[in-house]
Design a protein around this ligand. Structure first.
Ligand SMILES: [Zn+2]
Length: 133
């Protein structure tokens, strides 16, 4: 993939979100998966090339905190809500919300699955995998 402006690089990811897919890029030189897409690989520092792939969506909570103050009106999350960094099994980390769970029951390392935006919105949040098998 040649160097593209950031908005163009993100459009492929956003298109995927609208279709229920979590798209990331992978460096052809070293094989490292990355998100957000960059013009230089953070693993081997080459300018790619990079290829797009659909991530599995499987992830674990890498870190999180619980917000008890609303900073934006609905439909933004209302307190208490969880802001988390999740680690995809492919490697990249995403800043997101963890939904459909009591924040006091979440744990670092817990398995989570993606929840894509309603109505084809280009957004993804995650929910605990527990109880879904
Ligand atoms: Zn690389």
């Amino acid at each position: 993939m040649p160097a593209e402006p950031t908005a163009a690089r993100l459009e492929r990811h956003l298109h995927g979100l609208r279709h229920g897919e979590l798209r990331i890029t992978r460096c052809c030189a070293c094989g490292r998966a990355q998100f957000p897409p960059r013009s230089v690989c953070p693993g081997c520092h080459t300018a790619g090339p990079f290829v797009w792939e659909t991530a599995s969506g499987r992830a674990t909570i890498w870190s999180f905190c619980v917000f008890h103050k609303a900073y934006l009106p609905p439909p933004a999350p209302q307190p208490p809500y969880t802001v988390a960094v999740v680690e995809l099994v492919e490697g990249p980390h995403l800043v997101t919300n963890v939904v459909d769970a009591d924040p006091t029951t979440l744990r670092v390392g817990e398995a989570v699955l993606p929840v894509f935006g309603p109505g084809g919105a280009a957004e993804v949040r995650f929910r605990p995998e527990r109880g879904t098998r």
